[in-house]
Ligand binder design. Structure first.
Ligand code: 13P
Ligand code: ZN
Length: 275
């Protein structure tokens, strides 16, 4: 059942769990995630990196996601992840996205707010909620991490842009961590209480379980998993019996591996049984 980003995040915040947002790349990753959500009766977000829309792959992937969502009785969102600008946002909307992220977090505050507000206005016309990013969540390969999101700036950002969800920098990064991150959970709590909007934790792969749970207790309602889903998929490929040639059969192990991975994260976030 396709729902909007706000519809899926609202009960999560109120009931103290978070909705998992899985980055999907192809039909098989979509299938693994869908099977996990169905089995555990969990709300779920299928999200697609901006890059895939820029390369034309999003156009192929979108109908697959919408088909999976149609077959699910649990609430599900089709979300654009790290939207790079208006063109990509429009493309994702045309493809049926029910959640949009605009990421202008590398720009100075004023420009980030201007661009984000423009996208919120555009998406309002389509009835689609928007996630913005304040404080840049970088890569684990970066030499230095950005500053944590400031509470006063978060308040200003939410007031001026009217975003529906806010991605914050509290110590995570995208990719494989060299050493376990140490999240600033206190900052998450301060921002959450000040902005009264669901917070989004990016870079969920490799964050220790206790810290993920701590972040949820402090107002995080959406947790993104990308890298570790890819790793599960690739491990599944390695397990596939040598000599398997038919591609549909070749893909059975990776689908099962993604399902297992997604089930583990659904349970970690406490989202099981909430649909
Ligand atoms: P990871 O790849 O580190 O899990 O991050 C995913 C993410 O934040 C997608 O936006
Ligand atoms: Zn991210």
């Amino acid at each position: 059942m396709l729902v909007s980003l706000s519809e899926i995040l609202e009960p999560a915040g109120a009931e103290g769990y978070a909705v998992p947002a899985f980055n999907v790349y192809n039909m098989e990753t979509v299938m693994g995630v869908a099977q996990a959500a169905k089995k555990l009766r969990s709300p779920v977000i299928f999200q697609v990196y901006s890059r895939l829309f820029e390369q034309g792959k999003g156009d192929y992937l979108a109908p697959v996601i919408l088909e999976a969502v149609k077959g699910l009785s649990v609430p599900a969102v089709f979300h654009l992840d790290h939207g790079s600008g208006q063109d990509t946002v429009v493309r994702a909307l045309r493809c049926g996205a029910s959640g949009i992220m605009i990421d202008a977090s590398l720009k100075p505050l004023k420009e980030n707010m201007e661009e984000t507000r423009k996208i919120v206005e555009l998406c309002r016309a389509a009835g689609v909620p928007v996630e913005g990013e304040l404080g840049h969540i970088g890569s684990t390969r970066d030499e230095t991490a950005s500053e944590f999101t400031r509470v006063d700036e978060a308040v200003q950002f939410v007031e001026e842009t009217k975003v529906d969800a806010l991605a914050v920098m509290i110590g995570t990064a995208h990719g494989k961590y060299k050493k376990a991150p140490q999240l600033n959970l206190q900052r998450a709590g301060e921002i959450s209480r000040a902005v009264k909007k669901p917070l989004v934790l990016h870079g969920g792969s490799g964050v220790p379980d206790e810290q993920v749970k701590g972040a949820i207790a402090q107002g995080v309602a959406k947790v993104n998993f990308g890298t570790d889903l890819c790793c599960a998929f690739l491990e599944g490929i390695k397990k596939t019996a040598e000599g398997t040639i038919a591609i549909d059969l070749f893909m059975n192990e990776p689908i099962a591996a993604v399902k297992e991975f997604a089930m583990e994260k659904i349970r970690l976030l406490g989202a099981d049984g909430h649909a």
